[in-house]
Design a protein around this ligand. Structure first.
Ligand SMILES: *Cc1c(COP(=O)(O)O)cnc(C)c1O
Length: 491
């Protein structure tokens, strides 16, 4: 029943109260970021809270101020504190303040970036153009903002498969291939790529993992041999994935050499640049990325080393028609007038270039962040992290009982505490315990990896708030905890 005075919608019952709450939320959000360093780099979620977070959905309404109080009590204190200056886990970004505000605006405007004639697609187009220029691709390349590197890689590998299969995969499917379609990457390739190849119907064996050299870059000779033997056995090699910044150690494959190889073999050259591609902005990295601009496609993350709030990735494809051919499928209810009038006009339908139809306005946080800071400042932040990685490496080499476990790639430092005299297993366990103690202390949040059987601490700096003294503190704490645990062990 409609009552003229109380017509039910999802809007606030009291806009003035909601406005006051909104101002408070913005204040609290800014305070949260500004004081992130005062809170632990990580803290576990108490059991009482995780239990509350299993309750069933309420059937009735609550006051929005009460909902917000619940947020303040149960959610705000237990974050993944990526804004902390000593948050160095996995490979993240530390956020931009204007990016957070842009997300609020994007949700307030709430456009759908699948397509249509409105302003938001023009913003996404501009942002993609900026990225395209950064990575040195031609003006008629296509692109798409994605949730992240995983979807960017998936999108590019789909185009690669469809383009190089030699028949209409979309129509006939992979089962009709005259031989196994095979892609190539180093053993250090990020796990989202095997996931993509599996999802593309090629099986996990469809991605050949090529050995790496001592510096963790792809061994080109091994690649050459494997492609030749695969061809001899009737496989259909279609793509090589080079990594610009591996997740373990930040290694950058020799992209010029891989580009040469791909062009001589007629293979699609894809770059997974989730970590390193945006480092073309940094004076002390750019040269390492030579050859990236020769790729057929490139996947990169803006929410890692560019610090845009999650989620923000991007894929750029040199051959626009091939990109569109892989994804465009237009049913009657989405038919549009390319040059006509009205909301369904215009040629800019991003849903033709990926899996998603409905898409969020993630371009806005990228657009506002780049406008505020300019690309050069992002480049300086990246360059500083690379210098900090070298600084941390020097500290580790100068400290007894600490040792680097891999060459430092970009901003990723792998090391361990080694008091000597321990077998591999005990040494691994000791370093696992050090990491957990360090994380639980809240002082710093590095993560870990295992290289050639050695468990090590892994510091992926990618943080625009880290200072040199943060690394001094890290080294001090690792040695203190290490000595304590090693001493306790020998009792
Ligand atoms: C993080 C990462 C990915 C995956 O990107 P998401 O943004 O997490 O989806 C792919 N490749 C590399 C090298 C990465 O570091």
């Amino acid at each position: 029943m409609e009552h003229p005075d109380r017509f039910e919608t999802l809007d606030p019952e009291n806009w003035d109260e909601m406005r006051r709450l909104a101002h408070r939320i913005v204040d609290d959000a800014l305070d949260y970021i500004r004081t992130a360093h005062d809170r632990p780099a990580w803290r576990p979620v108490p059991a009482a809270i995780s239990q509350r977070l299993e309750q069933a959905a309420p059937r009735g309404p609550s006051d929005p101020a009460e909902v917000y109080e619940e947020f303040r009590r149960d959610i705000l204190p237990y974050p993944m504190n990526t804004a902390h200056p000593r948050f160095w886990a996995w490979y993240m970004g530390s956020g931009t303040v204007i990016g957070a505000l842009a997300d609020l605006l994007a949700s307030a405007l709430n456009p759908n970036l699948g397509g249509g004639n409105h302003v938001a697609p023009l913003v996404e187009k501009q942002v993609i153009g900026w990225v395209r220029e950064m990575v040195g691709f031609p003006a008629d390349s296509s692109g798409l903002l994605t949730s992240g590197g995983s979807m960017a890689n998936f999108t590019a590998l789909t185009v690669a498969r469809n383009t190089n299969a030699g028949y209409d995969v979309r129509h006939t499917g992979v089962a009709a291939a005259p031989g196994p379609l095979t892609a190539y990457a180093s053993t250090e390739v990020h796990s989202c790529n095997p996931k993509a190849i599996e999802t593309l119907g090629l099986g996990s064996g469809g991605l050949r993992l090529i050995p790496v050299r001592d510096d963790y870059t792809l061994d080109l000779e091994a690649l050459r041999r494997r492609v030749a033997s695969d061809r001899a056995e009737g496989c259909i090699p279609f793509c090589v994935i080079a990594t610009a910044g591996t997740i373990n150690t930040g290694a950058v494959d020799d992209m010029d050499a891989i580009a040469d190889f791909c062009s001589s073999e007629g293979l699609w050259f894809h770059v997974d640049g989730a970590i390193g591609a945006v480092a073309v902005l940094a004076d002390n990295v750019r040269d390492q990325l030579a050859g990236m601009e020769r790729a057929d496609s490139i996947a990169l993350d803006l929410h890692k080393w560019m610090h845009i709030p999650f989620e923000a990735g991007c894929v750029i494809v040199r051959d626009r028609a091939a990109h569109r051919d892989a994804f465009a499928l237009v049913p009657e209810y989405l038919q549009r007038e390319a040059d006509g009038r009205g909301m369904a006009s215009g040629r800019l339908w991003f849903s033709d270039y990926g899996l998603q139809l409905t898409r969020q306005f993630r371009a806005l946080k990228v657009w506002m962040s780049i406008k505020e800071h300019g690309l050069d400042r992002f480049g300086r932040m990246i360059a500083r992290n690379v210098e900090q990685a070298a600084y941390l490496g020097d500290l580790i080499e100068a400290a007894d009982q600490l040792e680097l476990t891999a060459p430092i790639g970009l901003d990723i430092v792998c090391f361990r505490f080694n008091p000597g005299g321990l077998d591999v297993e005990s040494l691994n366990r000791l370093n696992q315990d050090i990491l957990v103690e360090l994380q639980e202390s809240g002082v710093a949040a590095p993560s870990y990896t295992t290289l050639n059987g050695s468990y090590c601490l892994r510091v992926a700096i990618s943080n625009h708030r880290s200072r040199l003294e943060d690394f001094d503190l890290l080294v001090r704490e690792v040695r203190r905890i290490g000595r304590q645990l090693a001493g306790a062990d020998s009792l």
